[in-house]
Design a protein around this ligand. Structure first.
Ligand code: NAD
Length: 291
């Protein structure tokens, strides 16, 4: 029997972050809409300074929260605000029982110590999951209600497309506290065999080629090429880089897409998941507060 070649080449699945996040947001909206108007989850985003990218993110977060029927507020502080004033602002929010999630938009101005600031947020209102207590809980496997949004978004995407995790070799490229390390821990929590690569990794391509699941979180445009992937692998591109006015990921999408089983585009992949998970985190903290 002659098999048509087209039947033998299985096209890769594009992991659609827009659609997956819309489904999650619709579920959250249903849950929120039935709550009494005066007593719904509330997210407060604090932004210090005028970083243009941060301003766009912050407005978007507040808008999505409102669309879901949550309460949300943005507090803008001047770039020269002393650290102690920001800390006082956070302490007030910690005490405010109407607030369930507090997010301090990063990066902070250079005169502030980010870890000090993140440590002031009450762990029970830490909607980004960056408080040292919550990072420790993630490390110990005692997962807090709100996990870091982008890593949780990566996991949600894998689950939504029923990509096997347990027993698979997951390679994470990047070891930042906000993406690489927590993604690695979440994959480990779900019984993947995890390798974390970074700027000092030798022969990155050879390590990446072992991956059943490859997560790129580096910030170098198109670092991951066809030589870095195994046939049939699931490739999750967290990178957001601007090249000639266009957004591109850390993965060379065109070079890789025919070879792999699953791949996220940039834009439209992990990006939309991050904001959806922020909303889920706010609702989770509201529920954990017993409301
Ligand atoms: P980061 O700069 O804090 O960390 C980058 C990591 O990459 C480091 O651990 C470094 O060791 C590693 N690295 C650098 N050069 C390397 C190389 N040549 N080979 C292997 N590893 C190397 O970055 P981050 O905050 O983790 O962000 C990573 C990327 O993800 C950025 O493009 C960022 O914009 C993007 N990002 C996207 C979202 C989203 O919502 N989609 C959220 C956060 C970050």
């Amino acid at each position: 029997m002659v098999t048509d070649l087209a039947d033998m080449v299985k096209p890769s699945v594009i992991l659609d972050g827009k659609q997956t996040s819309q489904v999650l947001l619709a579920d959250l909206k249903q849950e929120i809409q039935v709550l009494p108007e005066q007593h719904r989850p509330k997210l407060v985003v604090v932004i210090v300074g005028e970083d243009p990218a941060s301003q766009v993110y912050v407005k978007r977060k507040a808008k999505v929260a409102q669309e879901l029927g949550m309460h949300s507020e943005v507090r803008w502080l001047d770039a020269t605000t002393p650290q102690v004033d920001l800390e006082r602002e956070i302490l007030d929010l910690n005490k405010d029982v109407s607030v369930h999630g507090i997010l301090v938009q990063l990066p902070l101005p250079k005169h502030m110590n980010t870890l000090d600031i993140l440590s002031v947020i009450s762990p029970e209102k830490d909607v980004d999951g960056f408080h040292p207590v919550n990072q420790g809980r993630l490390l110990s496997g005692d997962l807090p209600p709100a996990l870091p949004c982008t890593p949780a978004g990566v996991m949600h995407m894998l689950h939504a497309y029923q990509i096997p995790i347990a027993g698979q070799h997951a390679v994470v490229v990047g070891r930042s506290n906000i993406v690489g390390k927590p993604v690695g821990l979440l994959l480990l929590q779900e019984n993947a065999t995890v390798t974390v690569c970074h700027s000092r990794t030798q022969d990155l391509a050879a390590v990446c080629r072992q991956a059943d699941i490859l997560v790129a979180a580096v910030g170098i445009p198109r670092l991951i090429g066809a030589d870095h992937v195994k046939e049939g692998a699931a490739v999750i591109d967290v990178g957001i880089n601007r090249v000639d006015g266009k957004l591109v990921g850390d993965v060379d999408f065109e070079a890789v897409k025919e070879k792999v089983g699953y791949i996220t585009p940039v834009p439209g992949g992990v990006g939309p998941m991050t904001i959806a998970l922020l909303m889920r985190n706010t609702l989770s903290l509201y529920k954990a507060a017993g409301q």
